[in-house]
Write a protein that binds this ligand. Structure first.
Ligand code: AMP
Length: 573
């Protein structure tokens, strides 16, 4: 696991040595005049009030090479216009707004504007197919959708009338189909001032969806005071400083793209680069050079793709502006950390967190030596442990022993609920710990090392995928009797989705059917979630209670020990 190499800290630590701890971090928030707290106010309005309105907040890089800057003052104005559009349609505090669009300016104005109006924001990944979109909007009881005309037609129009809660569909652009409202003209006609809704620290602000091993996706509830953690951890773990040019490559449809792609950098007074296009080695190197990016937050899959493209691809680029490189979302191999040092002259700083924690928990901060391959240490104010659990008790494990990574609850961005699922939420807490579902180990220097997931969730290109959601879509196909979905290792994406299916009686296995099933899954789920490979089986291993044993399928697939088979029902392989 360990390479034995230690990269000594490069003495670039944050010069603003502020007091750490949540109390101190809270005291650095501006707060609302009446004592409330609002994420949008902290991220944008406060910068304008402090006289930084002219600074560029967002630099949008269009797919076709367009470049557009938006200052903090312009963002504040656009957000206010958006909030007024919502108000004019009777949308207000506590209503739920879903975002389904690529990384375009309207998405950012809508996010800040909705938060300002006290409306809960739920970002969706624009590459989701119709099924994940519908499931999440259904669970979240969507009231508003902000999307594009193409996305609306492709993914929403067919079932819109079946979702009575959805009162308003705003279409980005100048025109909208019947029953929807065009956002361009509506914004243009709206006033650019809006009094921030008096939200309290504990009012719901963000609803992020994450996958579960069983059942439908879980709606993870975050409240306005999560902003305290967003601001503080951006400073501590990403070294964000006022005026920095910062690029977070994550899409706001995932929690990283919201917490650290929008809220945290704006709270820290940074200028945020937003690229509309997808990953491309040459494009990314050009962006780092041309925009003079200083702080860069990306993910292992992208780093591995750059590494594979070879050093030649990076030759001739000027990366001298880069000061701090960070990575999140999947295990970052030691090789990638060292490669960063080689090509950019700076190592990647791995950090760990998850949708439920709302912010970075464990990190290689600027003032720490890096052990390549380790996730780092808990941030100030975070207590982590490695535990062995059974139903009701937990036992803390000593250094060097693998167990489940657990955290002591109490930081500001901790999830407050799984929407509508109190029992599932309660199950995350045992013996005063929040259980993360990850397996890890702490070494004698206090560094945490990722080992794997304790459950069946799949991490593909940084996206957490629930097998149940994929299996459900496969089962919709008339030929399929049963389906089981697992993750198998992939050199670039970390894992890719593989499905095993049994067919209904009388239906023959064929290459054409396999292709059809893959096409069906892709259409319903979107390419990021659909299985890369589907294989047919006569039977699938099940427990006596009827649950498909994905773990066993995976062990067999990878030639790993099959583990405890005492609950396995008789089956032919
Ligand atoms: P998500 O909630 O989609 O952000 O996924 C969170 C999960 O991603 C964690 O529970 C881990 O399994 C994985 N993850 C996040 N960061 C890291 C990291 N630095 N190293 C290894 N796995 C990570």
């Amino acid at each position: 696991m360990s390479t034995g190499i230690i990269l000594k800290r490069d003495m670039i630590g944050n010069p603003a040595k502020l007091e750490t701890g949540w109390q101190a971090a809270r005291s650095r928030m501006a707060g609302l005049p009446d004592g409330g707290l609002n994420m949008a106010h902290e991220a944008v309005d406060r910068q304008v009030m402090a006289g930084n309105g002219a600074q560029t907040a967002l630099i949008f890089l269009g797919r076709e090479g367009q470049r557009h800057e938006m200052s903090y003052a312009e963002l504040a104005g656009n957000a206010a216009r958006f909030a007024n559009v919502l108000k004019a349609h009777g949308i207000g505090k506590g209503d739920r707004l879903f975002l389904l669009s690529g990384r375009v300016p309207a998405l950012y104005a809508a996010t800040i504007g909705a938060l300002k109006a006290g409306v809960v924001v739920s970002p969706l990944f624009a590459a989701f197919g119709p099924e994940p979109v519908r499931a999440r909007m259904q669970i979240g009881q969507a009231n508003v959708l902000v999307t594009t005309e193409a996305q609306f037609h492709h993914k929403v129009a067919a079932w819109r009338s079946e979702m009575p809660s959805l009162r308003l569909v705003l279409i980005i652009g100048e025109e909208a189909p019947e029953g929807c409202v065009a956002l361009g003209p509506a914004m243009a006609a709206a006033p650019d001032v809006f009094e921030t809704q008096a939200t309290s620290a504990e009012d719901m602000a963000l609803l992020h969806f994450t996958s579960g091993t069983t059942g439908l996706p879980k709606g993870v509830v975050h409240v306005h005071q999560a902003v305290v953690a967003h601001a503080e951890t951006g400073r501590l773990a990403l070294d964000l400083r006022p005026g920095d040019i910062y690029w977070c490559t994550a899409d706001p449809g995932w929690v990283t793209g919201m917490s650290y792609g929008i809220i945290s950098p704006l709270c820290n007074g940074a200028t945020v680069v937003v690229d509309e296009a997808e990953f491309d080695v040459d494009r990314w190197y050009s962006i780092l050079e041309r925009e003079r990016v200083q702080v860069w937050y990306t993910a292992p899959t992208a780093i591995r793709m750059m590494l594979r493209a070879g050093d030649m691809a990076a030759e001739g680029f000027d990366f001298s502006a880069l000061r701090f490189l960070a990575s999140v979302g999947e295990p970052l191999n030691a090789e990638c950390v060292l490669w960063g040092n080689h090509v950019f002259g700076k190592p990647f700083h791995d950090n760990w967190w998850q949708t439920e924690t709302g912010g970075i928990m464990i990190a290689n901060t600027p003032d720490m030596d890096i052990k390549p391959g380790a996730m780092g240490k808990p941030l100030p104010g975070i207590e982590a442990g490695i535990i062995d659990r059974n139903e009701e008790t937990v036992v803390e494990q000593p250094d060097g022993v693998i167990g489940e990574l657990a955290l002591r609850p109490g930081w500001p961005s901790m999830m407050r609920a799984y929407l509508g699922q109190p029992e599932r939420y309660a199950k995350c807490f045992v013996g005063g710990w929040y259980l993360t579902g990850d397996l890890a180990m702490r070494d004698s220097d206090g560094y945490y090392w990722f080992v794997g997931r304790a459950d069946d969730l799949i991490k593909s290109s940084g996206h957490l995928i629930g097998p149940f959601e994929v299996e459900s879509v496969l089962l919709e196909h008339p030929a399929v009797a049963e389906a089981a979905v697992i993750g198998i290792p992939d050199e670039t994406a970390g894992e890719v989705v593989k499905a095993f299916v049994t067919l209904k009686a009388g239906i023959a296995q064929s290459g054409a059917l396999e292709k059809e099933l893959r096409g069906h899954a892709r259409k319903r789920l979107g390419a990021a979630v659909a299985p890369r490979e589907i294989v047919f089986r006569e039977t699938l291993p099940r427990t006596r209670s009827g649950k498909i044993m994905r773990r066993l399928l995976r062990a067999r697939e990878l030639g790993l020990p099959e583990g405890d088979l005492s609950t396995l029902e008789g089956e032919s392989r």
